[in-house]
Design a protein around this ligand. Structure first.
Ligand SMILES: COC(=O)c1ccnc(N)c1
Length: 229
């Protein structure tokens, strides 16, 4: 999978070199290229923003640098990429969207800053790829970079070969629409707190039933919305 990221703070993505995704990049499973939006400006101050038409506080990201950046990244020969713009005004990013995007051959992420990106950029981008505005939740960040880091990790770890044991991806929160069950490891008693006896019983059927009950109970109490669908 090829991943391109456009940002005015490209060094933030140096963090992707650490852990699993770093190994996946070295092994060629993930080809991640980060681009500085200012490389697509042509004035002395490398300007990427300007005041909003219609007035209002803050600054809006200019369309020209974005147009040139997207043109440079999405070559003619490209398979049509998915172009993701993280936004609090986007559809909710979920595990099922992460799984869907983990099968895309080419993802492009555009990190907005300031009060956002000129709306015409999203329209132009839809000529080059399938545009998705995606939100991590109902809150606002200063920029899209942290959201893109989270999305790349959530998507990248689902790419076959990135996570050593694919079995470990199956019983995770949200994979089956429920929250995951609680986990325990040695010692059996810790600070007078014991591991649930069923987990020490060796009765695999009873363990599976207990875990399912725990998933349902946790989801009922913490995320009843997941059961409403
Ligand atoms: C600038 O981007 C954001 O503020 C943002 C992006 C994705 N999800 C959010 N909840 C916020």
């Amino acid at each position: 999978m090829r991943i391109d990221v456009v940002s005015i703070f490209p060094t933030i993505f140096d963090a992707l070199e650490v852990s699993l995704l770093g190994k996946a990049r070295q092994s060629g499973l993930l080809d991640v290229q980060v681009h500085d939006l200012r490389a697509f400006t042509h004035d002395r101050h490398r300007t990427v923003d300007d005041t909003p038409y219609g007035g209002g506080a803050g600054m809006v990201m200019k369309p020209e640098p974005w147009g040139e950046a997207l043109d440079a990244i999405v070559g003619e020969a490209d398979p049509r990429p998915v172009i993701v713009f993280p936004s609090p005004a986007g559809e909710r990013f979920t595990q099922s969207i992460a799984r869907e995007l983990s099968t895309a051959p080419h993802l492009v992420f555009g990190c907005g800053r300031y009060e956002g990106i000129d709306e015409r950029v999203f329209d132009y981008a839809s000529e080059l790829g399938d545009v998705r505005l995606l939100s991590l939740g109902d809150y606002v960040l200063n920029g899209g970079e942290v959201a893109v880091m989270a999305m790349i990790e959530a998507i990248g770890r689902l790419v076959p070969g990135v996570v050593g044991n694919p079995e470990s991806l199956v019983e995770e929160s949200h994979e089956d629409g429920l929250l995951e069950y609680p986990s325990f490891t040695k010692p059996a008693t810790w600070r007078e707190r014991e591991v649930p006896p069923v987990l020490l019983s060796g009765n695999h059927g009873a363990v599976a039933r207990w875990r399912r009950e725990q998933q349902l109970e946790r989801t009922r109490t913490r995320r009843p919305d997941l059961l409403a669908d």
